[in-house]
Design a protein. Structure first.
Lengths: 306, 306
């Protein structure tokens, strides 16, 4: 029997004693020089650039996955960074996700898709389907944009009974996140209305442990917001970006958790991925240690809520 | 000197006497049997499925492009339908776009992206950048989701000075489009606030002909909405889906146009693409004739506004 995504994630957090998600945002110029020279990446625009760039990215991220696997519950590959390398990048994304699955990590594809009708079905099949050589078989969950409403999310909701999970954007951590998300609707910010809609969309999909595979993305830059969204969605998994390089400290994360230190995963991308700055000779160890520190930092908060 | 996207689109409409965009939403099961048997597509899940599916899709869409090129100003490949075939599908999307450019069509990549910070930059480079073997060199414009606000759109706005265009989702034509887009903000529906934001984002990017390369997507299912959005955005290009198979007739499109029958392109996907149902033996001619009819139908409305 297929296990509910919320149960799988919840169990992994409990077993690993970690709510850390490592965001995979590969930037070619920041890869370890050792990797770049091993693969031999030509300048942008020269023949074979995309294939070599994707290849170097794959070598780097597989190395990262090997050393973060014991400290994190999931990786969150960010589709845009892979799509820069065209089809070769998309293949790299699939291979990297496959490697993460082999290393016992869950894979949250950060694709932020949102489309209607048959296109929504096509995206759901692309990312959460079961065709070989696509992302589906190696992806556990996906991030989605709610702007197009319920029917745009429906084909993804249908994948949840097959063990997949979703994270709907509710309140993002970028400076312009407020432009639309904070508009006042019926006396409250729009993102709370969106949170309530997400709760309705996830109705009936709750796992055995009481958590829901239809989760939300809520930035860590404003803790008051976190508490308000949590009140609307007592059983949703929260994917929280904005920890580490993006600014927030672990102590600001407390309001996200529910009883027992459950229901939250926290993403850290650059502060783990590029922890080897100035320590290139042993980049794998530097990345592993950064993941270990991030996990301990987060565990201090999580256990305070347990 | 690079020509503004709005000027390029405006000129093409004028020269071709057409505001038709053909949406490329390829569904494997609906391809002409001739194409499927020529390529030999195995069942989903069998080895080589993605490569063969992408190959058949490419054969079909190049054939479509050849016969619609004289009737349409642009094609709108829908990224989700290509991503179903993994990396092979993304390569197919690039090749099909390249073929459309060769045939004198503009290419609007319907990707509906929306992300923040460095990821937004990565997506802008992926779709509107200049690296060979990526979509950038063969893509003129992209559809975007506004939910994350101005900074999520900024890297795409920066591409407009290089001749690229954007279409921001404002009011979509799906049944659940109202869930969020019609929420009341300051006494009016949210989508009007979004339209006003889009106008601000496009400030200073207007082309020589007075139209703006920062356009919007507004569904054709509610003409009152069209007039309201047009009032907010007198100089924006409107990309209008929902004509043909999705429901609206050409006569409902009149409020979208500005003086001179300008500022509008209308998308038709399935009613052109699959016009050969029951006439498989001559599918190319059937598709070409459907495009020709759609163009004439739209010209009757456009010229009534000229």
């Amino acid at each position: 029997m297929v296990q509910n995504f919320a149960d799988r994630l919840d169990l992994s957090i409990e077993q690993k004693k970690s709510c850390l998600v490592v965001g995979l945002d590969p930037v070619l110029e920041r890869l370890p020089r050792e990797v770049l020279s091993e693969v031999g990446v030509p300048a942008v625009g020269e023949p074979g650039w995309t294939a070599r760039a994707a290849s170097a990215t794959g070598v780097f991220l597989r190395g990262v996955i090997d050393v973060v696997a014991e400290h994190a519950v999931a990786v969150k590959p960010n589709a845009g960074f892979f799509e820069r390398f065209g089809a070769a990048g998309v293949d790299c994304l699939r291979q990297v996700s496959e490697h993460a699955v082999r290393q016992g990590l869950l894979v949250i594809c950060d694709a932020k898709r949102g489309d209607i009708g048959h296109t929504a079905e096509a995206y759901a099949d692309s990312i959460l389907g079961d065709a070989p050589d696509t992302l589906g078989p190696v992806t556990d969950a996906v991030t989605l944009n709610p702007y197009l409403g319920e029917d745009s999310v429906r084909p993804f909701l249908d994948k949840c009974s097959g063990g997949k999970g979703l994270f709907l954007l509710v309140r993002t951590s970028n400076p312009s996140g407020a432009d639309i998300q904070e508009l006042e609707v019926a006396g409250e910010p729009l993102y709370l209305t969106v949170a309530r809609l997400v709760g309705r969309w996830g109705d009936g999909l709750r796992g055995e442990g009481g958590l829901n595979p239809v989760g939300v993305v809520v930035g860590a830059t404003a803790p008051g917001q976190a508490a308000a969204v949590r009140e609307e969605l007592p059983e949703a998994f929260f994917l929280v970006p904005g920890y580490g390089a993006q600014g927030a400290g672990a102590e600001e994360l407390a309001p996200f958790f529910i009883e027992g230190g459950r229901g939250v995963v926290v993403n850290s991308s650059r502060s783990v991925l590029y922890a080897f700055d100035g320590r290139e000779d042993d980049w794998r160890a530097a990345v592993g240690e950064a993941a270990s520190r991030a996990r301990e930092d987060l565990e201090a908060v999580r256990s305070s809520r347990a």
